[in-house]
Design a protein around this ligand. Structure first.
Ligand code: SAH
Ligand code: SF4
Ligand code: F3S
Length: 443
């Protein structure tokens, strides 16, 4: 088979990262090998994100850069997939006529076939139809040699329609993968040396609807907990309204389930939460956090918050800060509200001024930095279990890995420990990482 080179540029969430891994696996059957730089490629795929206006703009600048590459190398093919492709469809071809293929979020599995249609008749190919069953969910992406951690998609799409969010429009309705298929994939990953799996879905807590096994999310976690070789299970994202007592129970029962949960709260004011259509109150959220901490005392809790949602007053914003003070998240991703086409919030009046959003974001991030430092400092003196991921970027004599709570730890150690689970005593805490000392015996 003729050798061809593939370069993939990925924007957006972990689901997009995994989609790119799956696409690379699929295109490997077509003879494509990965290129390290776009200049070396015969095919460039841009996997896009549209969650905020800025994310979508990045895609257009990337496509602008690729235009000159294409004029230097007329045989080069450019394909655009992901959420901007789903949203813009044919309009993307008008904005970027050098693009050969636009494929939607349900069309990953069709990419090899669609590529064969390109180049016939000159015009670009567009396919953004939604399917009842997304075939690509089952594509097995073999992990690169030496990696210990892998993503596993358990569901696709979202039914929640939070007022600010484009995801349900761009990824379609919720679809869960069969439990049997998921377990088989995780067993294969374990056989290939994977020690940690991260289960992916927009709303993993509602996993299981419509599957042949009828297994719910806690049931799935328990099954994965029994797969030998898998030492760590993580998942993302968990919607607070669907976080069940049974899932909390899994943190007590399933040894391999890591003590970390990403539980996006979005806002601390009930008025804003209701307008966002989140389906829980501030009190409900606080109660679930308390019960999680009862079930798993050192659990690390991370979250997402949006500032400047339409109608957010100074008092609403203070309630968000107050909630942060009560909870003290281990880490937080915070964003300025961005208007997205087609969403319910687009029609809301009382926009918050850009300067106010920026000011609120600054205040919130400064508070979170204090909380992150405080939570990280709590680890000092503790012996943590670290899954060693590789050599530290800062120094070749240091290794880097993660605690079960998903905190990065750097420590002095030999390369042969990569891929192993070791114990480290935490000696120092910074904003973005911890420093540790390897404990003997090593494992
Ligand atoms: N399914 C996940 C989140 C997906 S998007 C969940 O329900 O939590 C990731 C984060 O982007 C969201 O949690 C939210 O904080 C942020 N986000 C989504 N839409 C946004 C918008 N229009 N403006 C600003 N931030 C947004
Ligand atoms: Fe978007 Fe809400 Fe669905 Fe998350 S749960 S993807 S924020 S609509
Ligand atoms: Fe972005 Fe789509 Fe993910 S909008 S965050 S790539 S689901």
């Amino acid at each position: 088979m003729e050798k061809k080179r593939l370069y993939i540029r990925t924007f957006g969430c972990q689901m997009n990262v995994h989609d790119s891994e799956q696409l690379a696996a699929l295109l490997a059957y077509e003879g494509y090998e990965r290129a390290d730089r776009p200049e070396e490629a015969d095919l460039i795929v841009v996997n896009t994100c549209s969650i905020r206006e800025k994310a979508a703009q990045k895609v257009y600048s990337e496509l602008g850069r690729l235009r000159s590459l294409k004029s230097l190398k007329p045989g080069l093919r450019i394909a655009v997939g992901g959420c901007v492709a789903q949203q813009r469809g044919r309009a993307l071809l008008v904005a970027a006529p050098h693009v050969d293929l636009v494929f939607g979020t349900h069309q990953l599995a069709s990419v090899p076939r669609l590529l064969n249609l390109c180049g016939h008749g000159g015009a670009g190919v567009v396919e953004t139809a939604f399917c009842d069953r997304v075939e690509s969910l089952a594509i097995f992406a073999p992990p690169p040699h030496g990696t210990v951690s892998a993503y596993v998609t358990i569901m696709q799409g979202c039914n929640n329609f939070c007022a600010y969010c484009v995801v349900p429009y761009l990824r379609g309705r919720e679809q869960s993968r069969s439990g049997r298929e998921i377990i088989a994939e995780i067993r294969s990953l374990a056989d290939l040396g994977i020690r940690e799996v991260t289960l992916l879905g927009q709303n993993v807590n509602s996993y299981g609807v419509g599957t042949p096994e009828g297994m719910d999310f806690p049931g799935l976690i328990r099954e994965i907990g029994a797969v030998s070789g898998i030492e760590r299970i993580r998942f993302t994202t968990s919607h607070p309204k669907d976080l069940s007592a049974d899932l909390m129970q899994c943190f007590r029962e399933v040894e391999s389930l890591c003590g970390h949960i990403h539980l996006p709260v979005q806002a601390g004011s009930n008025r804003v939460l209701a307008r966002m259509n989140r389906g829980y109150t501030r009190e409900g959220y606080l109660d679930k956090v308390q019960r999680l901490r009862d079930a798993c005392p050192n659990i690390s809790i991370t979250s997402d918050i949006i500032v400047g949602f339409p109608g957010e007053t100074e008092a609403d914003f203070r309630e968000t800060l107050d909630l942060m003070g009560k909870i003290r998240f281990d880490n937080l991703f915070s964003f300025k509200y961005s208007r997205r086409e087609g969403t319910a919030a687009m029609k809301m009046t009382e926009p918050v001024a850009e300067e106010v959003k920026s000011e609120r974001l600054k205040i919130l991030q400064a508070l979170q930095d204090e909380h992150t430092q405080e939570r990280n400092r709590l680890s000092i003196g503790r012996v943590e279990e670290i899954l060693v991921e590789g050599v530290s970027r800062a120094s070749s004599r240091h290794l880097t890995g993660r605690t079960r709570g998903n905190k990065i730890v750097n420590f002095a150690g030999e390369e042969r420990l990569i891929g192993r689970t070791v114990r480290c005593r935490i000696t120092e805490a910074f904003l973005h990482s911890l420093r540790g000392e390897l404990q003997l015996p090593e494992a």
